[in-house]
Ligand binder design. Sequence first.
Ligand code: ZN
Length: 189
Amino acid sequence: MKRFLLILRIPELRHSNLRAEKRVRILTDYSHRERISDKDFEILESFSSDIPVKVGALAEALGLKVMIATLPMNISGLIQPETDGHFVIKVNRFESKERQRFTIAHEIAHYLIHRDKIDAGVVDSVLYRSKLSSRTEAEADRLAADIVMPRQAVAGAVRKQGGNRSEQVVQDLATAFGVSKQAMAIRVG
Ligand SMILES: [Zn+2]
């Protein structure tokens, strides 16, 4: 259910009948690229072809600390500033690895495009809702999906399968990218 909800927030991927050239264009970039600094974007891109994307290492490269923490059951993760000005991401130790990976990517997304809104911290519920607006949360979800399922890497993997999108292929891709099968099913259309 949780994953189903976050998948619905990837509007450009709901349509499987995109024209080929539009699909190629979409596959070449990250959501909200214009709001990511060039320095951060360079780091982001450098992590986009080694699959599964090393989200923990990516966070570190961006100057963030990641902690697997004991959080309340209804909280997936959070990002907050530390006294030294750096940000720390905490993810709920009781959630699945795939879920934790997505949460880290979601918090990275907040850091990349909502840094000015974090203030004392952003705490994300299991539905990725927080003090921020639902539109802002949807932005973070979209960028998080791009981080864990880089469009070019997914497109390349699908091409390798001869365009086959069978259930088994989707499952294999999900395993390879360290994401849920449902998330990958939406990604590959
Ligand atoms: Zn959030």
